[in-house]
Design a protein around this ligand. Structure first.
Ligand code: PGA
Length: 248
């Protein structure tokens, strides 16, 4: 049985005081969390410490990015150890916005995932096809290629990785893959994970992301290979995110 993981990606939103207000509102809206799921929020770097320092219920803290070296002359970057130091347990890696806007490659993402695992945190490795790739019938090939490339060298640590399948055309657009289409891709991803790491594939949590909202989360979470959600826009409102975390 995989513990579902509901994660909020706050992206480049919220000043420190706004982020603290949001986490406090979230604790109020979500006083208890069912034992079959974990809930995580991923604020910006500047707000991470302040959010992690709030009196905690069971909400975990994650970062949105990391640099895969322990320290050194990497101006502007943040190491895994620095994230562990302030209480982070998860790191989103290879989000499609980073792949597209900052040219992150599968190989670089695999290095980040290895560094996050070595630091004792859980990488949330994002994959997903563009609209054009889906329309030309290449969605599955693209996604499975990203899975293999982004996990290169990590076959022995597979069970500790989270995958987030986020079709690029569904992110921030209000369009969601149907639950059936998402399940089909998740099953294909799990088959690829089996090829890479054998039985450990059954333990890998595969989240769906892309316009997850209160009114579609229940159907998505009912699919056998959907093990949680990575939520962007709807994670910025405490009551809405609490409803998603309380999916049925
Ligand atoms: P969205 O973003 O929920 O706003 O579509 C999801 C994501 O980018 O992780």
């Amino acid at each position: 049985m995989r513990t579902k993981l509901i994660a909020g990606n706050w992206k480049m939103h919220k000043t420190v005081s706004e982020a603290v207000a949001l986490i406090d509102a979230l604790y109020a809206a979500l006083p208890t969390i069912a034992s079959d799921r974990e809930v995580v929020v991923c604020p910006t770097f500047t707000a991470l410490s302040a959010v992690a320092a709030r009196p905690r219920g069971a909400i975990g803290i994650g970062a949105q990015n990391v640099y895969p070296e322990s320290h050194g002359a990497y101006t502007g970057e943040i190491s895994p150890a620095m994230l562990v130091d302030i209480g982070c347990r998860y790191v989103i890696i290879g989000h499609s916005e980073r792949r597209a806007l900052f040219s992150e490659s599968d190989a670089f993402i695999a290095k980040k995932a290895a560094a996050v695992l070595a630091a004792g945190m859980t990488p949330i490795v994002c994959v997903g096809e563009t609209k054009q790739e889906r329309e030309s019938g290449r969605a599955e090939a693209v996604v499975l290629g990203q899975v293999a490339g982004s996990l290169a060298g990590l076959q022995d640590r597979l069970a500790d990785v989270v995958i987030a399948y986020e079709p690029v055309w569904a992110i921030g657009t209000g369009l969601t893959a149907t639950a059936a289409d998402a399940q089909t891709m998740h099953a294909a991803i799990r088959a690829e994970l089996r090829r890479i790491g054998g039985a450990a594939a059954e333990r890998v949590r595969i989240q769906y992301g892309g316009s997850v909202k209160a009114d579609n989360v229940d159907e998505l979470m009912a699919q056998p290979d959907i093990d949680g959600a990575l939520v962007g826009g709807a994670a910025l409102v405490a009551e809405g995110f609490a409803r998603i975390a309380n999916y049925r």
